[in-house]
Every structure is written in structure tokens, then in C-alpha cells.
Design a protein around this ligand. Structure first.
Ligand code: ADP
Ligand code: ASP
Ligand code: MG
Length: 428
């Protein structure tokens, strides 16, 4: 008998029929003697709908009220799923973040979980019930509702699994595992049976939204066995045996020896949320980089890639990228507060850019990955606007229109393509 935390995302909870189907799956696990804690997201589209409502009222909604609003989608889901489970003759009990309690810091909209009181959950489990917990939400020290950032239900799942010392945290989603790249971009993407935490963390932070970054961080820190698997394939439900553990979905593992079959590159991530800003014709004096970037970070805007061109005739161009949601704000700060102060000629913005990254622990011991990457992009006539590297990744910024071509070409060039025909990911 195992204690399993299962998380079902928005698509899996997208309609009453799908919710009933999730209930049936949980029943199979429960009938096989397992204790099940279920974390659910809002029904698909619901969080976006709520955010849109807020923005119809204010461009910059009060963060407390924003969280009060956007957390409600999950409350609907837990109640509906608990009812559906009870219809199948199993007792279920729903909990909001506050009822658990999932305590977070004060950072509304992107709060971090600090502590979970697992005792109420454990006593319901011991009474034979299924526990259903609202993802994406917690409470701060003042008792206000906080949310954990988009995709945050993954983190709720992993944090609960850590607090309960669960045998596994299972993230059920609309693809059947973690792929070499988003299977929606190329049908040649290959499902990985295992990936290391370190690689998964890079993939997530470089834009692969299959798992929220903090969920991966949490799982690595607390050594939570984490699996991504399909919410459409129920063939092995309830059978938590070796066959299940070895074959279903993708396991995120600590062991580098378990890194994918591929020694050099394990996956390709991309991020469409980038925007590039170029401050042109800046007098090349000491302190200029700080004069440009300090007001940006003071406004809580994260800077990603940075590039400073060689100085010609005493001036230089300084470029960097920010998240697209911060683009307008950053442009405004530069135009209003910085440009005049540093005597720059022009501030130019471009939001039609994407970042494409190769990820793999094998890069540590293999030279030549970058040059091969640049060669492939050149052969495909794709201009590189910026580059950044770390030990296990290389990222390039390119025009958004080239995204699909770049990912497909790199996927083939680095030997990631599946060899058994095209993928048949449900819904793709
Ligand atoms: P959920 O609503 O279940 O949380 P998400 O939309 O957040 O689902 O995450 C699943 C999606 O992640 C997939 O539909 C897929 O398009 C995308 N994705 C991006 N990169 C990858 C990858 N490397 N492997 C699998 N899925 C990926
Ligand atoms: N419903 C939230 C979102 O759409 C949280 C989640 O789905 O994980 O971001
Ligand atoms: Mg998600």
C-alpha cells in the first residue's frame, strides 16, 4: 500500500465528464488499497478568464484582490471532484489552501510555500477518505489568500508529497510524459523515460511549461519521487508495482547515470515570453550598464539575457531581454527615466523574439555543442540575436517566426528524433 499524491491539470479537469473520469481513476487507486491525495487545478480556461476579468477593471489590479479572485477556480474544482468521488461510493473531503493550511510568504501572485500542516490531511486519509486539495493557493501570515504563480498547482502537489512523505507525486497532464521538446512543435519529439532533476530544472526555467520550476526545485530539495504521466491513459491505474514504476510516463530522478540515452543533449526548451530591448548609442563610460539595469530591477523586472556590443567611436549598444509581460513597463522606465540621464540615442524594443535552448548534463564533457548549434541555425538562415550559456545549457534569441524551424532542425541535428514514426500524443 502506498501514499500517492496525484495532481490533475486544467485540461484533465476541463469538463464535468472529465472530472467524472478523474474520479473513476482515483477510485481504482483507492480500491487497490492506496491512500490518495489529489491536487487539482481550475477547469481549463478558468484562470485566464478570471485574470481577464481583473484586467477589464484595472491594468494593475491590487495584488491581494487579484489572488483572492484567481484562486477561486481551484475551489470550484475541489468541490466538484469531491462530489464526483462520493458518487462512486468513496468518501472524499476537499480542502482549500487555507483549510490545510498551506502557509506561504507575502509575495502575492508568486508566493512561495513555507510550511504545510499535514495533520488534518493525514487524519482524513487514516479514516479511509480521499483528500482533494486546491492547487495554486495558500495563505500568508495575515490569513490572506496567496497564489503561487502560473502553473503553481504542480508545486502544491510536490510540496504536499514532501510534507506527507508520499511514495510518489504523480503529475497527470495532457501529454504522457516529458519529451525531448514540446510535442506540439514537432511530432518527432521523443518521450523520455527518465530525466535528472537538474536537466528538468533547466528545461522548466528555459520555458518548458510541463512542470512549474518551483515544483522541480521542491522535488529536488526534498527528494520527492516525481512522475509526469498522461491523464488520458488509465490502463495501469492503481497498480503501483515495478512494471508501473519502470514504464509509465517520465520519472524525474536524482541519478545522473539515469540521464537519457542521449549523452550530450537531453532536450530543447523554448520560451515565447521574451522581449528584447536595445539601448542604442550609449556613451561607453563605466557605470552605464548599472545605470540602465538598476531602475529596471528596482521595478521588480527580471532581466534575462544581456549583450553589450563593442564600442565604436566611444558609443555602444546595450541589449537585454525581459519577460513580455514586463516589456511595456521596462520601455517606459527607459524612455522616461534613463535615456536622457545616460545620453542614449535611442531605445528600441522588439517583442517578436523567442529563446531556444539546448539542455543536457552531457554538455559538461562535450565541446563543440555551441558551434554545431550555430552551424545548424546558419544552414537554416536563422539569425542569432543573443547568446547565453551555462554549464548544461546554451540559449539563443531568434525571431519568433523561426521558432518551429529552429526547434525541428536542432532536434534532428542533435539526434533527438524518434525513429519509430511520428508521435501520437493525445490532443496534439
Ligand atoms: P496542465 O494543465 O496539466 O498543468 P500544462 O499545459 O501546464 O498542463 O503542461 C503540459 C504541456 O506542456 C503540454 O501540453 C505540452 O504542450 C507542454 N510542454 C512543453 N514542453 C514540453 C516537454 N518537453 N515535454 C512535454 N510537454 C511539454
Ligand atoms: N490554475 C492555475 C493556472 O492556470 C494553476 C495551475 O493550473 O497550475 O496557472
Ligand atoms: Mg501546468
Amino acid at each position: 500500500m502506498a501514499l500517492i499524491v496525484q495532481k490533475y491539470g486544467g485540461t484533465s479537469m476541463g469538463s464535468i465528464d472529465r472530472i467524472k473520469n478523474v474520479a473513476k481513476r482515483i477510485k481504482r487507486w483507492h480500491d487497490n488499497g492506496h491512500q490518495v491525495v489529489v491536487v487539482v487545478s481550475a477547469m481549463s480556461g478558468e484562470t485566464n478568464r478570471l485574470i481577464d476579468l481583473a484586467h477589464q477593471i484595472s491594468k494593475t489590479p491590487n495584488p491581494r484582490e487579484y489572488d483572492q479572485l484567481v484562486s477561486t477556480g481551484e475551489q470550484v474544482s475541489i468541490a466538484l471532484l469531491s462530489m464526483a468521488i462520493e458518487e462512486l461510493g468513496i468518501e472524499a473531503r476537499s480542502f482549500t489552501g487555507r483549510q490545510v493550511a498551506i502557509r506561504t510568504d507575502d509575495a502575492y501572485n508568486k508566493a512561495r510555500i513555507q510550511d504545510i500542516d499535514e495533520t488534518p490531511i493525514r487524519s482524513e486519509l487514516d479514516a479511509g477518505k480521499v483528500v482533494v486539495v486546491a492547487g495554486f493557493q495558500g495563505i500568508n501570515a495575515e490569513g490572506n489568500v496567496t497564489t503561487l504563480g502560473r502553473g503553481g498547482s504542480d508545486t502544491t502537489g510536490v510540496a504536499l508529497a514532501a510534507a506527507l512523505n508520499a511514495d510518489e507525486c504523480q503529475i497527470y497532464t495532457d501529454v504522457d510524459g516529458v519529451y525531448t521538446t514540446d510535442p506540439r512543435v514537432t511530432s518527432k519529439a521523443r518521450k523520455l523515460s527518465k530525466i535528472t532533476f537538474e536537466e528538468m530544472l533547466e528545461m522548466a526555467s528555459l520555458g518548458s511549461k510541463v512542470l512549474q520550476i518551483r515544483a522541480v526545485e521542491f522535488a529536488g530539495k526534498y527528494q520527492v519521487p516525481l512522475r509526469v504521466l498522461s491523464s488520458f491513459d488509465d490502463s495501469l491505474d492503481g497498480q503501483f508495482d515495478d512494471h508501473f514504476r519502470q514504464t509509465v510516463g517520465t520519472l524525474i530522478t536524482v541519478d545522473e547515470g539515469d540521464s537519457m540515452e542521449q549523452p550530450v543533449i537531453s532536450g530543447i526548451a523554448f520560451n515565447r515570453d521574451e522581449a528584447k530591448i536595445v539601448v542604442r548609442g550609449v556613451p561607453d563610460n563605466p557605470g552605464v550598464a548599472s545605470a540602465i539595469l538598476t531602475p529596471i530591477s528596482d521595478a521588480n523586472i527580471e532581466i534575462d539575457m544581456i549583450l553589450q556590443n563593442l564600442s565604436t567611436k566611444g558609443t555602444t549598444d546595450f541589449s537585454f531581454t525581459v519577460n513580455r509581460t514586463d516589456f511595456d513597463k521596462a520601455m517606459q522606465i527607459l524612455n522616461d527615466d534613463v535615456k536622457g540621464d545616460i545620453n542614449a540615442q535611442e531605445v528600441h524594443g522588439d517583442s517578436d523574439v523567442v529563446k531556444v535552448s539546448l539542455v543536457g548534463v552531457g554538455m559538461r564533457s562535450h565541446a563543440g555543442v555551441a558551434s554545431r548549434m550555430f552551424q545548424v541555425l546558419a544552414e537554416n538562415n536563422i539569425n542569432i540575436q543573443m547568446i547565453s550559456t551555462s554549464e548544461i545549457k546554451i540559449s539563443v534569441l531568434i525571431g519568433e517566426g523561426h521558432l518551429e524551424k529552429a526547434v525541428k532542425a536542432l532536434h534532428t541535428a542533435f539526434g533527438l528524433d524518434r525513429t519509430d514514426g511520428d508521435s501520437k500524443v493525445a490532443g496534439v
